[in-house]
Design a binder for this molecule. Structure first.
Ligand SMILES: O=C1O[C@H](COP(=O)(O)O)[C@@H](O)[C@H](O)[C@H]1O
Length: 281
C-alpha cells in the first residue's frame, strides 16, 4: 500500500501503475476531476500546450461534469489546452449518443463560453456528418493528430512494433489520456477479439461493435500507449471481473484494458465495487 488518502486506498506496483479505489462512483468522478485539474495545472507550470484525451462512458462524462463544477476551473489557462477523444460512436453531429455531444454538454460548451477555451482546441472525431465511413473518419483524425505531433518528425509506416512504435507515433504528446472501461473489458472502441486490437497506425475504423452503435472510430493501442499518462476510470460491480483480469496482466485479446498503459504512469481509478475482486497488492 502507498499513498493512501482519506476515502481512497492506493496501490503502487513496482513499475508505473497506481490503483486508487474510491468509495463510490460519485466520489470517484469528483476525485478524478480534481486529479485532472491538478495535472493540467502542474503541466502548465512547466510547458504549454497541454493535450488531454477525453473518454465517453458513465464515469468519463461524470468526471467532466465534476470538472465543470469545480472552483479550480478558472485556475487553468484553457487557451493552452487541447482536447481530443479516444473514441467516438459513428453518429451524426449533435447526436445525444456521441461522446462529443455528451462532453460538450457536461463541460466543453461552458469552457468555451466562459473560460477562454478556444473552440478550435476541441478536436472531435469525425462522424457521418462529414465523412462517409468510419475508415474515412479514422484517416481524417489521423491526419489531424499528425498535424499536432510537434515532437514527431519522419515517416510513420504503421509497421513498427514495441518500443520503437511508442517513440514514433505521430500524435500530440498526450499529457493525460482518459479511458473508460466497459464490462467486457473494452477501452476506447477496442473490443475483445476484434480486429481493432491489432490495428496499426494511430486510428482505426470499427464495425460490428458489440455495444451500440456498431460503427465507431478509435485510437489504436499504439496511439494510446504513446500518452505520458493513461488513466482508466471504472465503476460498478459488473466491471469487477475484467478490472481484476486487466490488473493481473491478462490477455489483451480477451481484456483490452490490460493493454492500456502510459509511458510514464498508468492510473486505475476505481470505485469499491469495480475493485471488489482485485486482490490487494
Ligand atoms: O461506448 C463506450 O463505452 C466505454 C465505457 O462506457 P461505460 O458507460 O461502461 O463507462 C467508453 O469508455 C467509451 O469511450 C465509449 O465509446
Amino acid at each position: 500500500m502507498s499513498g493512501s488518502t482519506s476515502g481512497a486506498a492506493s496501490r503502487q506496483t513496482p513499475g508505473v501503475r497506481l490503483v486508487v479505489v474510491h468509495p463510490d462512483k460519485e466520489v470517484l468522478a469528483q476525485a478524478a476531476a480534481a486529479r485532472l485539474l491538478t495535472r493540467v495545472l502542474d503541466v502548465q507550470s512547466v510547458r504549454s500546450p497541454v493535450h488531454v484525451v477525453l473518454t465517453g462512458g458513465s464515469v468519463g462524462i461524470a468526471t467532466l461534469a465534476a470538472v465543470a463544477a469545480s472552483p479550480l476551473v478558472p485556475a487553468v489557462d484553457w487557451s493552452g489546452v487541447h482536447l481530443w477523444w479516444g473514441d467516438e460512436r459513428f453518429l451524426p453531429d449533435g447526436d445525444p449518443d456521441r461522446n462529443e455531444t455528451q462532453a460538450r454538454e457536461a463541460l466543453l460548451d461552458g469552457l468555451v463560453a466562459e473560460h477562454g477555451l478556444p473552440a478550435a482546441n476541441v478536436h472531435p472525431m469525425p462522424g457521418p456528418t462529414s465523412v462517409a465511413t468510419p475508415e474515412e473518419g479514422a484517416a481524417a483524425y489521423a491526419d489531424l493528430l499528425r498535424e499536432y505531433s510537434g515532437e514527431y518528425s519522419g515517416e510513420y509506416s504503421g509497421e513498427q512494433t514495441g518500443e520503437q512504435s511508442e517513440e514514433a507515433v505521430p500524435v500530440p504528446a498526450f499529457d493525460v489520456l482518459l479511458l473508460g472501461m466497459g464490462p467486457d473489458g473494452h477501452v476506447a472502441s477496442l473490443f475483445p477479439g476484434h480486429d481493432g486490437l491489432a490495428a496499426r497506425g494511430t486510428t482505426t475504423g470499427v464495425h460490428g461493435s458489440p455495444k451500440p452503435p456498431p460503427e465507431r472510430v478509435s485510437l489504436t493501442f499504439d496511439a494510446i500507449r504513446s500518452a505520458r499518462e493513461v488513466w482508466v476510470v471504472a465503476a460498478g460491480a459488473e466491471k469487477a471481473e475484467q478490472v481484476a483480469a486487466a490488473l493481473a496482466d491478462g490477455s489483451v485479446t480477451e481484456v483490452p484494458a490490460a493493454g492500456a498503459v502510459g509511458q510514464a504512469r498508468t492510473l486505475w481509478l476505481l470505485d469499491a465495487q469495480a475493485a471488489a475482486t482485485t486482490p490487494p497488492r
